[in-house]
Design a protein around this ligand. Structure first.
Ligand code: ADP
Ligand code: MG
Length: 240
């Protein structure tokens, strides 16, 4: 479903991604971890064309992301992305957050978009909050709305970039529970996170990055029991 093939990217002289390759098969969950500044966000954003790159190729469902002829807005509409800071529209109610892109991008009727959006809002346990503005919700609730909003687009894959790292500890699990449910239902997911409990539960593979390189790309059992690189061993020792 997602193929990252020899991707390199520079900011001027600084190489932020070095020959990165990995794959996410349909229905798989790949967790990306590694120290701050190692290139995780940059890598995951190449998948939906939010980060251009100079070398290599990224394909999603057979579509070449770096090809200038690719319709990026269309591709992005098929890939859900959830960020650290929720990124809900502050001036719209929860319900309007859920319907906007369905109507504007997918051309759904407001009625259809509302029914679909509320189905996902119910799924994340927030149906009663549909008339509220995001600022009236907790961080955990806002992030669950952001996930529902992404799912309402019926994506073929979901990207998560540290979805729980801006949350107070007591709210982390309500978001992870939604993500575990999605993983168990077979959603294709690429998840940047340091939540190793989540990784142990649902990851099919772990990608470990350091200084712009993928230094491990392995099964979770191997990653947790016998990480190959010293950097990964250090990293695990510090966060677990
Ligand atoms: P991570 O998500 O693993 O913390 P990032 O992908 O955000 O890492 O960043 C990787 C590196 O690229 C960092 O060293 C960061 O400072 C650098 N970087 C990110 N964006 C830019 C930019 N627009 N210009 C220059 N350097 C950048
Ligand atoms: Mg990041």
């Amino acid at each position: 479903m997602i193929e990252i093939d020899g991707v390199s990217k520079w900011y001027g002289q600084f190489q932020v991604l070095s020959d990165c390759s990995t794959r996410v098969a349909r229905g798989d969950v790949v967790v990306v971890c590694g120290p701050s500044g190692s290139g995780k966000s940059t890598l995951i954003k190449t998948v939906n064309g939010l980060e251009p790159f100079q070398r290599g190729a990224v394909r999603v469902d057979g579509v070449e992301v770096g090809d200038p002829k690719t319709d990026l807005p269309k591709l992005r509409s098929k890939i859900g992305m959830v960020f650290q800071n929720f990124e809900l529209f502050p001036h719209l109610t929860v319900r309007d957050n859920l319907t906007l892109a369905q109507v504007k991008v997918l051309g759904r009727s407001l009625e259809e978009a509302t029914a679909n959006g509320l189905k996902y809002l119910d799924r994340v346990g927030l149906l009663a909050h549909q008339d509220k503005y995001p600022s009236r919700l907790s961080g955990g609730q806002q992030q669950r709305v952001a996930i529902a909003r992404a799912l309402a687009m019926d994506p073929i894959a979901m990207l998560f970039d540290e979805p729980t790292s801006a949350l107070d500890p007591e709210m982390i699990n309500e978001v992870l529970d939604v993500m575990v449910g999605l993983a168990q239902e077979g959603m294709t997911m690429m998840v940047v996170t340091h939540e190793m409990g989540f990784a142990r539960k649902v990851a099919d593979r772990i990608v470990f990055m350091d200084h712009g390189r993928i230094v491990e790309d392995t099964s979770k059992d191997e990653f947790f029991s016998a990480p190959k690189s010293e950097r990964a061993r250090d990293f695990l020792a510090r966060i677990i």
